[in-house]
Write a protein that binds this ligand. Structure first.
Ligand code: GAR
Length: 202
């Protein structure tokens, strides 16, 4: 099983989806470390409950983004991590860190990329009047919410939707898309073709 480190900043519902997937011994990955940049978030509780080691690395204690990232990098390497999953991790990463995990770091974003990069994706989708919205799991590149797409899942935007109702519909899909994308990467089924990820059948 490939060793996975998960970076979190909050609630951790996507972390939970990954923990649940990894609870199956037939799943090709196991989570060996969860790092939060914010102390006392619920994601840490979820990791502890699953018996997974946690580390809090508060970004505020570092003079630069690079210094913070290099501390995370040390912790991940010390734990033998092979794949990094960003799961609601709300910090920009330095180019050096991203480069050193190229092809081995994935992120989940709550929109159908390349639409609605950045924050407040659900309200922006409603305001734009799109009829389909969703989530994307992609390999991380130095550009924010960019990089080869592994999995997308779409949901309808309904006339009565609020930001909250739409977020909930997307989140349900996130919890399926993320374990699927990690499986693809962990099974070595992803190859890069320029900006695209090609996925081999199992
Ligand atoms: C998720 O909806 C995730 O897609 C989003 O934050 C939420 C975290 O929830 N990520 C981003 O917006 C990244 N730019 P969770 O902590 O319950 O997984």
């Amino acid at each position: 099983r490939r060793k996975v480190g998960v970076l979190v900043s909050g609630r951790g519902s996507n972390l939970q989806a990954l923990l649940d997937a990894c609870a199956d011994p037939a799943y090709p990955a196991e989570i060996v470390l969860v790092i939060s940049n914010i102390p006392e978030v619920y994601a840490l509780e979820r990791a502890r409950t699953a018996g997974v080691p946690t580390q809090v690395i508060p970004h505020k204690g570092f003079a630069s983004r690079e210094a913070f990232d290099s501390e995370m990098d040390k912790a991940l390497r010390a734990a033998g991590v092979e794949i990094v999953c960003l799961a609601g991790f709300m910090r920009l990463l330095s180019a050096g860190f991203v480069e050193s995990w190229r092809g081995k770091m994935i992120n989940i974003h709550p929109s159908l990329l390349p639409s609605f990069k950045g924050l407040h994706t659900h309200q922006r989708a409603i305001d734009a009047g799109v009829k389909l919205h969703g989530c994307t799991v992609h390999l991380v590149t130095p550009d924010l919410d960019d990089g080869p797409i592994l999995v997308q899942s779409a949901v309808p935007v309904l006339a009565a939707d609020t930001e909250g109702s739409l977020a909930a519909r997307v989140l349900e899909q996130e919890h399926k898309a993320y374990p699927l994308a990690l499986r693809l990467l962990a099974e070595g089924r992803v190859t890069l073709d320029g900006a695209r990820a090609l996925i081999r059948d199992a």
